[in-house]
Design a protein around this ligand. Sequence first.
Ligand code: NAP
Length: 533
Amino acid sequence: MPRTLICVPIISAAPPIAEQARAARAAGAELLELRVDLIGDVPAVEQFLASRPTLPVILTVRGRDEGGAWEGGDDERIALIERLGLLMPGWVDIELAAWRRSANLRQKVGLVAASAERRTADGEPAVARARNRLILSAHNFAATPSDLRAVFDALLATPSDAIKGAFAAADASDALRVLVELERCAVERDTIALAMGEGGLAARVLARKFGALLTFAALEPGGESAPGQPTIAELRGLYRWDKINRATRVFGVVGWPVTHSQSPLIHNAAMAAADIDGVYVPLPVQSDYDAFARFMGLVAANPRLDIAGLSVTIPHKEHALRWLDEHGGHVTPLARRCGAVNTLTRSADGEWTGDNTDAPGALAAIRSCARFATGNLSGVRALVLGAGGAARALVAALVEAGAGVTIANRTGSRAAALAAGLGAKAIEWSQRAHHPCDLVVNCTSIGLWPDTGRSPMPPAALDPRAVVFDTVYRPRHTRLLRDAERAGCATILGLEMFLHQAAAQFERWHGGGSPLSAMRAALEGGHEADEPR
Ligand code: NAP
């Protein structure tokens, strides 16, 4: 199978196109798309084409009706494609709708493109020397059509050298639908199938696994020709593009939103360190249960997508538990006790298991503190702030490790319910500052970026003999942790819990020990301390 090319779009003539082309090639691009409608400067394009570019080129003058910026009329556009097409052998991209609509376009572009309409009955080109290859394309910047198969069938029904479909993804379910079509069509013809927007990133990264002709990647942030394109550095660095092949297993994080998740960073680095043939992608899935069930339905119905493991984050941890219960999946006793699944693992025979690694991750973080290094927490008085998903995992883990746990939550009834279910005590939220304890754990979202100025505890209430653990890890050093350090308390960072819950996921998916130091290095090198991510 020919390998999938990385195509860098050129959307402006500044810096000069030849300079951008050189940089793209140096970064690993194998193809350029000249978006003449966006570049605007036709003489600059002509000059570049006349200079015999070292990378093959796709020539595109996209009309407004399919998301382009071409202001002129159809005849002018056709004349321009014809003129520029004569300067190059490469690819010419034309919308299927325009191709069907205009005999003039078919005839003129047919002169510069080796369209199949100009082939003989036995499929041989009727002209001796083909100049350009023809891509017929369909775009929808509003939605991924419900009848996606029909759209791709229409593209296949018209002779061309390649087909391209690019559709706005409402979420990762649309990316999966596009990948299913890609795999189907790529057997018949060179195919480019893309899902646009944040929800579509998986389709762009996995294009190589499913045999696409190409994927688009921007040379620099801001150089995207369509929403959701990664940069070439992200594609080749973070997602290890060069390693992706047909057998590569797929992992990802399901949540809403997941744009700022550090899970791709940590899991891709871990797989690289352990030399595992896998790739980990963000999979944003809209927040309601139906959206989650739709996504899981697509995953389950299409085993060839090779999705082998999923991290599950807000707001889907409870949805994952429900989905497993409704679909005959297995739920570990710990996940059941936590009432939340943050890790889904698919076995070779398609069975799903839901587990919770937040709890062991939190315990590992607590044990990283010298005071609790023995691991035995019996006699430790823990105050847990919050009664949501993170609090459930923390309370379950702390109770199991022998700690005496007290819960304070803004909504008192939730604290009481959680305490009753897991063998802890509940106090009023207003009492949290007056409750003696050895360990304070913040499991509320107070202090989370962008609300970084707030803390769930008044500084005066922080006892220097207590250890303070903030599960919030954006920013790393929250207001609570800074106040605690100032008060002389030992502190535990939420990032430590994040690291260990990811390590526990790695072990469930890949077996063996996790490459913890590579995962830590990826997290620490991934961004500036306390940078919002
Ligand atoms: P959740 O289920 O939505 O629970 C949020 C909790 O925060 C609830 O107890 C809520 O109280 C409380 N809360 C929110 N705003 C508040 C306010 N203004 N004043 C007082 N209480 C407030 O969320 P979650 O899944 O438990 O996550 C909570 C935090 O844990 C997240 O911000 C995340 O950063 C962190 N976390 C970290 C890790 C890690 O690996 N380090 C893993 C998971 C979660 P009510 O019940 O009154 O609404």
